[in-house]
Ligand binder design. Structure first.
Ligand code: FMN
Length: 209
């Protein structure tokens, strides 16, 4: 039976992280349910020039991810559809990644606001004790941001800030390599194999050799 990972894209900067996670999950032959918040449609437009037109989601998603999705097990659920599958704990799902996670999404999920399908799906996956990874992107942060992240941590989420390490690709790492570092950490947290970065071997300077 189909048991997808739910990927929620909220309206924080860092939409390339979402695209990299989606591509890597599909590369690993995982099924994916995608929820893009209304605000995320703005950040995707701002960061890539791509927009999602009602009735053209498949082709617009393919353009955003830069690949043919005809064989991919990828289902899009509108963020306003609170009757969608991922809104219920009885719907089969393996867990969820919120990537990137806006401060608003972190706040809403941490207090069970469920103001849209993304927040409801995250709450559902937390209550069902499935893996949930939240990738906040904001700097600097306020006390309330930190409190919401602590509440998410205490509820069982892995809080995985969009904070790339340079040790894999070295100081001359490209933006794509830094994005892949964060995406790879998300897949690690979900337990999905990937080849997005070189793992630390215990050898200083290996990235430059
Ligand atoms: C271009 C753009 C960039 C933004 N970047 C961030 C960001 O990095 N982090 C953040 O928390 N909010 C950011 N915001 C604000 C969120 O989009 C806003 O709080 C929104 O209500 C989040 O809604 P959502 O959680 O439903 O997606 C940004 C907004 C825009 C338009």
């Amino acid at each position: 039976m189909r048991e997808p990972w739910v990927v929620g894209v909220s309206g924080a900067s860092g939409t390339p992280y979402a695209a990299a996670v989606l591509r890597a999950l599909l590369d690993a032959d995982e099924a994916v349910d995608l929820i893009v918040s209304r605000a995320a449609r703005l950040t995707i437009l701002d960061e890539t020039g791509r927009s999602f037109r009602d009735g053209h989601w498949s082709e617009d998603l393919a353009a955003w991810l830069g690949r043919d999705l005809s064989g991919a097990d990828l289902r899009h659920w509108p963020a306003g559809d609170l009757a969608a599958g991922p809104s219920s704990g009885s719907y089969r799902a393996r867990g969820m990644a919120v990537v990137p996670a806006s401060t608003a999404a972190c706040a809403g999920i941490s207090i069970g606001l469920s103001k849209d399908l993304l927040q409801r799906a995250a709450e559902v996956n937390l209550k069902e004790r499935r893996p949930v990874v939240v990738v906040p992107r904001e700097t600097p942060v306020t006390r309330s941001h930190l409190e919401h992240l602590l509440a998410l941590h205490d509820a069982g989420a892995v809080v995985l800030p969009a904070s790339p390490g340079f040790y894999g690709a070295g100081a001359d790492a490209s933006a794509a390599q830094l994005v892949d570092f964060v995406a790879g950490k998300v897949l690690d947290a979900l337990g999905v194999p990937h080849t997005l970065f070189h793992r630390w071997t215990g050898e200083l300077g290996a990235a430059r050799s």
